[in-house]
Design a protein around this ligand. Structure first.
Ligand code: HEM
Length: 133
């Protein structure tokens, strides 16, 4: 299974970048008052990308040695993934004012950036490492 590690990781990272880019574009469209971000085709495309992302994540989790996660970076990453998904879902609720929606979108995108930083650094602090070190 380790033979496929580079390919699985490539698929996971590509799906993660596509997922974040699509979320950012949909959120911008929503903030601009457009209707396409809520269209069924766009939503189902987003669910499909996220399924690929999570499948890749589960495969990486299975093939990598547990010691790689010993400093807790994966747990921190999952906490930020959950926050990103939760804030993203909340941002798409119809009831918000423009300001509140913009705040939720910004918070979701900051969580996404932190997920990326944690993954790259293999450290729970992610980008914050620059501040604390
Ligand atoms: C927004 C969601 C996500 C983003 C942006 C993301 C991003 C990334 C990136 C950029 C890498 C490559 C890190 C490197 O260069 O070593 C990576 C690897 C990895 N990710 Fe994710 N990921 C996401 C979700 C998840 C989830 C939900 C899990 C687990 C449940 C997960 C588990 C992993 C694992 C195990 C690796 C392999 C680390 C390694 O090869 O050393 N990811 N992720």
């Amino acid at each position: 299974m380790m033979t496929f590690y580079p390919d699985i990781k490539l698929v996971h990272v590509a799906a993660a970048m596509t997922s974040g880019t699509l979320f950012a574009l949909r959120a911008l469209g929503l903030l601009a008052g457009m209707r396409w971000p809520r269209a069924a085709l766009v939503r189902y495309t987003s669910y499909t990308i996220d399924t690929v992302l999570l499948t890749g994540a589960m495969m990486l989790l299975t093939i990598l040695p547990a010691g790689l996660f010993a400093n807790g970076w994966l747990v921190a990453k999952i906490v930020f993934v959950v926050a990103y998904v939760g804030l993203g879902i909340a941002a798409f609720r119809p009831s918000w004012s423009l300001g509140a929606r913009a705040g939720l979108v910004t918070a979701a995108l900051l969580c996404f950036l932190q997920v990326y930083g944690i993954a790259r650094a293999h450290d729970p602090w992610g980008w914050l490492l620059w501040l604390v070190s």
